[in-house]
Write a protein that binds this ligand. Structure first.
Ligand code: MSP
Length: 651
């Protein structure tokens, strides 16, 4: 974020359409929305972008699994994201979809420019690919020769013709950029990781694929109909195509971005590939790339595949959207991970919002009503309370700085210090005694001091809790806009005489958790729907439950392990020969060496996934998978309770 009267451009990542929105996604979006709202209040010319990332192998596979075309599937999920943000009153200026024609044209224009510049060349890619992360890896980067170092899922061997971007040529320029722009990556700890990574050397990046076709085609002039663009190249470009790059460029005046908000898992793409692409395009680089941590549940990153997601809509419906926004921004220091807990959310509501903020407003309306018929005048505030005003101003002068550094929790902490000054002043000056003693001017000055503090706090909290602050402002008789911001915050003026209106209690106390805690959102949602006696069939449609037919697409069989040996140089793998009654044994490579010895397996039975596409691991074919369950006590193979005939179907 930059100071007022400037262009401010804030972005969220564009969300993959293979996932339901959960509080992790809501977190990124709420931070961005807060920054955008604040920036608008300060008078900056603000543009806020969000959207969905719809191409790539992962989306194509998810669509196929559901028997839909990728576009049908993307339309459906993108629509859900947009509906959620609209429901949350997210103040985006544009919602981009990577399937938009303008975007595709823009990406092609960028590709062409990079190619014409000599930064793109054709070659062959051979390596490993994680579809879940849509990321290429070298063999050395894999965990146990097979698994993605980022998400832990198995990778695929990819060997195909590909175009490459000369990323290695940008190593020095990237290092120079990091060095010369202290805050280009926030927080600093994350920046150090990136600098170290780049210092370790960059390889050229494969930027096209030929093995599937759900992506943006290369520019027509290149005559390469088999190739589609690598999804991350396509996706990153959204930040400029949304402004019309390559089509109608009139919004390009917003470029460069002030802040790209991202989660820590996608920082590398944003702080290495993206600036290198921009350098190649001769475009200025973003001012800040700010990486937040993960919301976890019981210490694990939330994701649909783990079934541990918390549905942000349920939380907001139960506890209130503004309280949820406040909690997300206040609870966890930016950049760190945080475990989602309803108890912590309740504490924030009851203590910070109810006791400190809501109650202060009640006291203003109580005191002004009782003593002054709701009229408040600031005329004697300076005379009696210069000390408190100075204290407040000393704190508020520095809070904006926290926003520029993305220290959102400290921003809020300091605003709460100001609320403490107000609450304390009431106790110190005891306006009820002042009234008894006939010191009406002093009592009025005290009430006006508190009202002024509340007015300033409201301006600074409007971006965090727009709905509730709207009500507070209305109660104080002030308007939240740039004019008031300039007068009360920048010029430190006092409010004009005003009349207080009573409002309902803004943050009623919550005595017990409102959502069934331990259950994943899928279950919570189902329970909520049943409670509100909606039809059960909705559950299937919303939560991607599968039909029995889908289940039977997987062929599960009982097999006997007839031979087993260790795979040399592998910590995890055993090479097994498994008889499934097919007249020949299957070779299966299983990552179970730490838990079973080769000898003890021979002659035992196991459950085998029998219709997996063969995969190559460490140069050897594997023709199936053994079913196993792993927890903190180790791994156990899943086996029939009593021996079954070889090849028996599991159903
Ligand atoms: N499509 C890419 C981004 C492309 S941007 C050019 C992507 N999408 S995503 O849907 O998987 O993730 C979007 C954002 O949500 C990321 O910033 C990611 O870090 C964030 N989160 C996803 N799960 C999260 C948590 N559990 N907690 C906090 N944020 C996390 O990556």
């Amino acid at each position: 974020m930059e100071e007022s009267c400037k262009n401010v451009y804030i972005t969220t990542p564009i969300y993959y359409v293979n996932d339901v929105a959960h509080i992790g996604h809501a977190y990124t979006t709420i931070i961005a929305d807060m920054l955008a709202r604040y920036s608008r209040l300060t008078g900056a010319n603000t543009y806020f972008l969000t959207g969905t990332d719809e191409h790539g192998q992962k989306i194509a596979q998810s669509a196929e699994l559901r028997g839909k075309t990728p576009k049908e599937y993307a339309d459906e999920v993108s629509g859900k994201f947009k509906a959620l943000w609209d429901d949350f009153d997210i103040s985006y200026d544009k919602f981009i979809r990577t399937t938009d024609d303008e975007h595709k044209i823009g990406v092609q224009a960028a590709f062409q420019k990079m190619y014409d510049k000599g930064d793109i060349y054709k070659g062959d890619y051979e390596g490993y690919y994680c579809v879940s992360c849509e990321t290429f890896f070298t063999e050395k980067q894999l965990v146990d020769e097979q698994f993605c170092p980022d998400c832990g899922k198995p990778t695929n061997i990819v060997k195909e013709e590909s175009y490459f971007f000369k990323l290695s040529a940008y190593e020095d320029r990237l290092l120079k950029w990091y060095e010369e722009n202290e805050d280009c990556i926030l927080p600093r700890s994350k920046k150090n990781e990136i600098v170290n990574f780049v210092q370790g050397g960059l390889r050229d990046l494969s930027i096209s694929r030929t093995s599937f076709d759900w992506g943006v085609k290369l520019p027509e002039s290149m005559n390469e109909p088999k190739h589609v663009m690598y999804v991350w190249l396509d996706a990153l470009m959204n930040y400029i195509t949304a402004l019309g790059y390559g089509t109608d460029e009139k919004e390009m005046k917003h470029w460069p971005a002030s802040t790209h908000l991202v989660g820590k898992d996608i920082l590398r793409f944003h702080s290495i590939y993206w600036p290198a692409f921009l350098m190649s395009l001769d475009l200025p680089l973003p001012k800040h790339i700010a990486a937040h941590g993960w919301w976890t549940r019981d210490g694990e990153k939330m994701s649909k595949s783990k079934g541990n997601v918390v549905d942000p809509k349920l939380v907001a419906d139960a506890y209130g959207l503004d309280a949820f926004r406040y909690f997300m921004l206040r609870e966890v220091p930016f950049g760190q991970d945080g475990d989602f807990s309803q108890k912590a959310l309740m504490d924030r509501i009851n203590s910070d919002l109810g006791n400190d903020l809501g109650n202060l407003l009640n006291r203003i309306s109580g005191m002004s009503g009782k003593y002054f018929d709701f009229k408040v005048s600031s005329k004697d505030v300076k005379k009696f309370h210069q000390k408190e005003l100075d204290e407040v101003e000393a704190i508020l002068e520095n809070v904006e700085e926290y926003l520029y550094k993305m220290q959102l929790n400290r921003y809020l902490e300091d605003i709460w210090k100001v609320l403490t000054i107000a609450n304390k002043a009431i106790g110190d000056y005891e306006p009820w005694n002042l009234m008894k003693e006939g010191k009406t001017d002093e009592a009025m000055a005290l009430v006006a001091l508190i009202t002024n503090i509340m007015a300033r706090v409201s301006l600074l909290l409007d971006s965090v809790m727009p709905e509730k602050i709207g009500k507070i402002a209305a109660s104080l008789g002030i308007t939240i806009n740039n004019e008031t911001y300039t007068s009360l915050i920048l010029n430190k003026e006092l409010i004009a005489d005003t009349t207080i209106t009573k409002v309902e209690q803004l943050f009623p106390r919550i005595e017990e958790v409102l959502l069934e805690q331990a259950k994943p959102a899928v279950v919570e949602k189902a329970v909520a729907e049943v409670k509100s006696s909606k039809k059960e069939e909705k559950i299937e449609e919303d939560d991607n439950l599968i039909t029995i037919d889908k289940f039977f697409e997987t062929s599960l069989k009982i097999g006997t392990i007839v031979a087993a040996e260790e795979v040399p140089k592998s910590k995890k793998l055993l090479k097994l020969q498994v008889d499934l009654g097919e007249g020949r044994n299957r070779q299966i490579l299983a990552g179970i060496k730490e838990f079973y010895s080769a000898e003890e397996l021979v002659g035992t039975q196991a459950c085998v996934v029998a219709n997996l596409k063969p995969a190559k691991l460490m140069g050897m074919i594997s023709e199936g998978m053994l079913m196993a369950a792993k927890d903190e006590n180790g791994l156990s193979l899943i086996r029939p309770e009593t021996p079954k005939q070889i090849g028996t179907k599991i159903s």
